[in-house]
Design a protein around this ligand. Structure first.
Ligand SMILES: Cc1ncc(COP(=O)(O)O)c(C=O)c1O
Length: 416
């Protein structure tokens, strides 16, 4: 239990609280499920400028598979110019492990670079992290906020380093002077974040023609499994429940029950590479995934995402201790999550565990790649613990988003 600001141990914590802790029947969905919207609404809608409208595009089974291919293409280009000179990839300190695994899977070195408080590379420092054989830099549009990458684009061009624009969180919309996906030599997208499909990704480019990847069709087992997954996720979302109102009450009373977080099964490097996290890289997405992934560009879903982002901002933007490290989304974009930045890791951990225990839809990238070094003047390392990601997907209802935001505000009052 966390009472006031004092932290006590896990066993002390859980025992007296069993009676307070009501486990929700099912947690709120963390990704969108099949909507009741008529498919014609999104099928016929014009596609917004972004990754799906780039001139060169290839489907993959996931965002990480697309990243794997983008790294391979950049490496081949460097090797064609200077054989043996492609050894390392610049990767950000704030990441999910699925962003790093495609580098390791190709036997390449990860050159971690630090991030500014805006989630961009610090250009003044970047040279210190690149080596002679560094041939690519991966940069995500964190949280779905499309921002100008003009500075880093110039930095990469001058040094002959390929910019791999990771659009897993921002599929379309404007990113400064250009649309999302138009800054990188290659852009990669993860369609499972914007549509009901559990898998599907895109590898695309504004400037480089991409030869056919010649991926095998997804095996029949996968083709059938996706239909079951779509149904299962839909059913689970319809049963979703939470105890966020109870959590608010308890936080205000100074007694917060914490969920015991099960460790992510992907705990070591070899496991991350073989347990299916890159397993689908050799085949394309199942045909049903191609079909439902079209929903990713639905303008109705994008508007709903902006509305959810605005709701979180309404309730949390005024809490003095909490920050949102990105600007409000532009009118043409579809934010992935609302990032809420706690000023210290202990409070963020308490809030995260309490929210998970009450069934909230919330993410935290708190398991950086095991070999990641601690870098100076780096906000990325801090974000791993201090930033909670609150999803904006349209399967969440307005009341669910409001309850989540109110619970975060109550936890901030309680912990800070
Ligand atoms: C920034 C970023 N890049 C890449 C990926 C990998 O995408 P996928 O899960 O489709 O493999 C993710 C997934 O969470 C991500 O958040």
């Amino acid at each position: 239990m966390i009472s006031g600001r004092k932290e006590v141990t896990e066993s002390q914590n859980l025992q007296p609280l069993r009676k307070y802790y009501v486990k929700p029947a099912m947690a709120l969905p963390r990704a969108p499920v099949v909507s009741r919207q008529s498919p014609s609404a999104w099928w016929q809608a014009p596609r917004p400028a972004g990754v799906p409208t780039l001139p060169y595009r290839q489907w993959t089974s996931s965002g990480r598979a697309a990243l794997w291919q983008a790294i391979r293409l950049a490496r081949e280009t460097r090797e064609a110019l200077t054989p043996g000179a492609a050894g390392g990839v610049l990767v950000p300190t704030y990441h999910p492990r699925t962003l790093i695994a495609p580098v390791i899977a190709q036997g390449l070195r990860t050159d971690f670079y630090p991030l500014t408080a805006e989630g961009l590379p610090d250009l003044a420092q970047l040279d210190a992290y690149a080596r002679l054989d560094t041939f690519a830099l991966v940069l995500p549009h964190y949280f779905g906020a499309g921002r100008s990458l003009a500075g880093v684009r110039k930095w990469c061009t001058t040094r002959g380093i390929a910019l791999l624009e990771d659009c897993a969180h921002a599929l379309f919309g404007q990113a400064g002077e250009r649309p999302v996906g138009h800054w990188g030599d290659y852009a990669t997208a993860s369609l499972s974040k914007f549509s009901p499909t559990p898998e599907a990704g895109l590898l695309a480019s504004a400037t480089h023609a991409i030869a056919p990847l010649r991926l095998a069709e997804a095996p029949w087992r996968e083709q059938l499994k996706i239909a079951k997954d779509l149904w299962d996720h839909y059913w689970l979302a319809s049963q979703a429940d939470d105890d966020l109102v109870g959590l608010c009450r308890r936080a205000d009373a100074g007694v917060v029950p914490l969920a015991r977080l099960e460790p992510d099964p992907v705990s070591t490097v070899p496991e991350a590479l073989v347990d299916g996290h890159l397993g689908g890289a050799q085949h394309t997405a199942p045909w049903l995934a191609h079909l439902v992934a079209r929903e990713a560009t639905s303008p109705i879903a994008a508007a709903q995402r902006r509305k959810h982002f605005a709701t979180y901002a309404h309730y949390l933007g005024g809490v003095p201790e909490l920050q949102c490290p990105v600007p409000a989304p532009a009118d043409d974009s579809a934010p992935y999550v609302y990032p809420v930045w706690f000023p210290e890791a202990g409070a963020a951990t308490t809030a995260y565990r309490a929210l998970r225990g009450a069934g909230a839809a919330v993410f935290r990238w708190d398991r950086p790649w095991p070999q990641m070094p601690q870098l100076e003047d780096d906000f990325g390392g801090r974000w791993a613990e201090e930033v909670l990601q609150l999803p904006c997907h349209p399967t969440l209802t307005q009341p669910q988003v409001e309850r989540t935001a109110l619970a975060v505000a109550a936890l901030a009052r309680h912990c800070l």
